[in-house]
Design a binder for this molecule. Structure first.
Ligand SMILES: Cc1ncc(C[n+]2csc(CCOP(=O)(O)OP(=O)(O)O)c2C)c(N)n1
Ligand SMILES: [Mg+2]
Length: 197
């Protein structure tokens, strides 16, 4: 399955939910998708350019401050760099957090080097052992669509490991500026934040 198709389904089916995206091609494709679907600029998209490993950590922080579903679209290489975040999520156990890992078994953007998921690491099992309420692994787009739709109605935290393929081409790097991302995102959340702390 392609990351682009997977993210298109997420965008089309998660209404106005906050979506936090991994650096590199994930954020680039998400940005291009907002253009294609004519929802640009989607204020609820948080592109984590440069912040390798922090996508799901940022999503965790957002999830504990809202009752809305929060969707993290992470990458295997990045999540492996900050694997401890799964343990923290398992401990805090936010019901509204869904993590989708685009697991292409490589650090694609830096030259397709294989990650540990190409060998012995199974991120679904790691999440389960960290206490995630629901964990899934999907190998094709139909399976992903069913799983994602179901997950929107489950009490999380939920982990969906989606086995994605690379096309060998990356989209054009986008002109996203982090300051504008934060500005738009924060403004769009202001009416919805429920202070729980
Ligand atoms: C701290 C840090 N180390 C390394 C990089 C270089 N880098 C950028 S993207 C990337 C690969 C990310 O892999 P993954 O999360 O699996 O995403 P993919 O490229 O496969 O979509 C790397 C190593 C970086 N941006 N920051
Ligand atoms: Mg990868």
């Amino acid at each position: 399955m392609l990351r682009y198709d997977l993210m298109k389904y997420i965008l089309q089916n998660s209404e106005n939910s906050p979506i936090i995206s991994n650096l590199g091609p994930t954020s680039d494709e998400l940005w291009h998708l907002t253009k294609e679907l004519e929802i640009h600029p989607r204020e609820r998209n948080f592109y984590t350019y440069g912040s390798m490993g922090l996508c799901s950590s940022i999503a965790l922080g957002i999830s504990i401050n809202t009752t809305e579903k929060v969707i993290s679209i992470d990458g295997d290489g990045s999540l492996l760099m900050n694997l401890g975040t799964l343990s923290t999520i398992g401990r805090i156990s936010p019901e509204n957090l869904i993590i989708v890992v685009c697991d292409n078994e490589m650090w694609a953007q830096t030259g397709y080097q294989p990650t540990a998921t190409a060998f012995n690491t199974d991120l679904e099992k790691v999440a389960k052992s960290c206490g995630f309420k629901n964990t899934f692994k999907c190998t094709n787009i139909n399976e992903f669509k069913n799983t994602f739709s179901k997950s929107l109605n489950l009490n999380g935290p939920t982990m969906i490991v989606a086995k994605t393929k690379e096309t060998g081409e990356f989209p054009e790097v986008t002109p996203v500026e982090p300051e504008f991302t934060v500005y738009r995102f924060r403004n769009s959340m202001m009416n919805n934040i429920e202070a729980k702390l």
